[in-house]
Structure formats: structure tokens, C-alpha cells
Design a protein. Structure first.
Length: 234
């Protein structure tokens, strides 16, 4: 009995050993096969033209919407600019005199500080006195500048102009396809120049050597004709 039990266990282990790889192999997902993609067939001219017409209509609609957005943004910006100008004019009118008084006080303080410095510098007998005069000038200048800045800030910030609107870029118009069967434009042959004729360029002057040779030939021809006429009359 004990031997049969051991034999049964051994057979079970042996069956499990051979069955496991087969079971694992059956559970594996097969790798997907990659089928070659069909090559894209080129579109005919008519197909390209039909697609162009559709894109052209879409472009017209988009362009119309873009023009509406642009015009509305410009109108809104102009309205804000008009409001800004009115507010700025009112602020300048209310604070213009105060700003002039503040600037006049600042100039007066600076001029007094410089005058005191020149007097102290002229009467200085030592380097220490000159250094003290320079320090007094710097301190008076800083005090006058600070007082002016505080007085201007007390008036409040003036109105600021509105920022220009950010408009999206204009839609791009589609490009019309080229008809491969359309006849190509041929260049017309250039007509030869006819010097001396109306609308034609003036004749080019000859070089001196050619002109002399031509004149000599003309004289020889004229002399030959004269001699021929004399011989004939004789």
C-alpha cells in the first residue's frame, strides 16, 4: 500500500511537470502580426480641386469671423481710449496747478542748496570744510527730491491708457492646386529692333574706325560713279 501511494505521487508530479509548459504555452497571447500598410494613392487633380473648394469656403467663413472679432476689438479699444483721454484731461486739470507748485518748490530748494554749496566752497579753508559742504549739498538734494516725490504721490496715480487688444492671426488662404493638363504660357518672340522707326530706339553710333572706313567707301563709290558718268558722256 505504501509503495502504491509513493507511485501515485510520483506519477502525479510527472504529469504536472509535462502539463505545465503546455498550459503556459497555451495561455500566452500570440504576438500581433503587422500587416503592411497600403501605400497612399495620390489624389487626382479633380479630387484636389474639390478639397480646395471646401477649404476655400471654410476660409471665407473663418475670415469673416476674424474680421468681426478684429473690428469689435478695435471699436472697444477706441472707446476705452476716449474714456482715458477724458479722464486724463480731468486729472491734469485738477492737479496741473498743484504739480507746477510742487516742481517750483523743488527747483527753489535745489537752487538754494547749490547756492549754499558754492558759498561754503568759496569760503572753505580746508579739505574738511569742502567735504562737509559737498555732503550738505547731497543731503539737501536728497531731501528736496524725497519731498517732491511724496507730494506727487499724494495726488494719486494718473489714469493709465488701455492696452491694445490681442487679435488672433489672420486665417491662411488655401493654395489652389495646379492643373497638370493646363497649357503652359509660352513667351512671345521678341521683335527685332528697327532703328529710326517711331517707338523704336535710336540707332547706335558707330565706332570712329568703322565710321571712317564707311566714309572712305562712300567716297570711293561716289568717285567711281563720277568717272563712269564722264566716260559715258565722252
Amino acid at each position: 500500500m505504501r509503495f502504491k501511494g509513493v507511485l501515485s505521487i510520483s506519477l502525479a508530479l510527472l504529469i504536472t511537470t509535462f502539463a505545465s509548459p503546455a498550459f503556459a504555452q497555451s495561455n500566452q497571447t500570440p504576438a500581433p502580426t503587422i500587416s503592411p500598410s497600403p501605400s497612399a494613392t495620390p489624389q487626382s487633380y479633380q479630387q484636389q480641386l474639390d478639397a480646395y473648394k471646401i477649404k476655400l469656403e471654410e476660409f471665407k467663413v473663418a475670415l469673416e469671423k476674424w474680421n468681426v472679432v478684429r473690428k469689435n476689438a478695435e471699436y472697444a479699444f477706441r472707446a476705452e481710449m476716449d474714456k482715458f483721454k477724458i479722464a486724463r484731461d480731468a486729472w491734469d486739470e485738477a492737479n496741473g496747478e498743484l504739480i507746477e507748485e510742487i516742481n517750483e518748490d523743488f527747483k527753489s530748494d535745489i537752487n538754494k542748496a547749490r547756492s549754499d554749496f558754492r558759498t561754503a566752497w568759496a569760503n572753505a579753508k580746508s579739505t574738511e570744510v569742502k567735504v562737509a559742504a559737498r555732503n550738505s549739498l547731497n543731503a539737501a538734494t536728497l531731501a528736496a527730491t524725497t519731498a517732491r516725490q511724496v507730494a506727487l504721490e499724494a495726488l494719486g496715480e494718473p489714469p493709465t491708457p488701455p492696452a491694445r487688444p490681442v487679435i488672433p492671426p489672420r486665417p491662411l488662404e488655401p493654395i489652389k492646386p495646379i492643373d497638370p493638363n493646363a497649357p503652359r504660357a509660352t513667351k512671345r518672340p521678341k521683335a527685332p529692333d528697327q532703328p529710326g522707326q517711331p517707338g523704336q530706339p535710336a540707332p547706335r553710333p558707330m565706332k570712329p574706325e568703322k565710321q571712317k572706313s564707311k566714309d572712305a567707301q562712300a567716297r570711293e563709290s561716289e568717285q567711281s560713279n563720277t568717272n563712269t558718268a564722264l566716260n559715258t558722256s565722252a
